[in-house]
Design a protein around this ligand. Structure first.
Ligand SMILES: [Zn+2]
Length: 159
């Protein structure tokens, strides 16, 4: 179940997009996706009818077959462009919680600790007093998870 429209953006909001429907939801473990996303793996969804509604991603040709899209303003990884329907980084969606991956690919490159991540000790929010004090000082400059009429938004960094 998804909301309509399906939208998302980079962290600063200079690049926003909409897609028609959620395509295949996957996690890719290949070394190139690890590097491009800057994480252990790349959660991606094929994005039929991708439309840039503010700005557009800048492309880096990461191989003879694939271009990687990212925001030229803030660096957020956004796309994996291989075919006519690029894939979008699930974390860039306004509602990533609605996009549960259904398949893993390139598992031969999976980092050896990934399968154990769910077993790591978890600190609940608000329990650690140092974390609570730190979080209380955070003023976010991240674009909100919604379309806005103007960019940069009112909460943009001014200091
Ligand atoms: Zn950005």
């Amino acid at each position: 179940m998804t909301t309509d429209p399906i939208s998302g953006d980079c962290q600063c909001g200079a690049v926003r997009f909409r897609i028609g429907t959620l395509g295949e939801l996957s996690i890719c473990h290949c070394r190139m996706c690890q590097k491009a996303i800057g994480s252990f793996d790349a959660p991606l969804v094929t994005a039929p009818e991708l439309t840039w509604t503010r700005g557009a991603s800048k492309l880096f040709q990461s191989s003879n077959k694939v271009k990687r899209g990212f925001c030229a303003e803030c660096g957020t990884p956004l796309t994996y462009d291989y075919s006519s329907d690029p894939e979008i980084a699930i974390g860039a969606l306004d509602h990533p919680e609605l996009s549960t991956p259904i398949v893993q690919v390139c598992v031969a490159d999976k980092l050896p600790f990934v399968d154990g991540l769910a077993d790591l000790p978890a600190h609940a929010n608000g329990v650690d007093s140092d974390e609570v004090r730190f979080m209380a000082t955070i003023k976010t400059y991240q674009h909100p998870d919604t379309d806005t009429d103007v960019w940069p938004p009112a909460n943009a960094q001014t200091d």
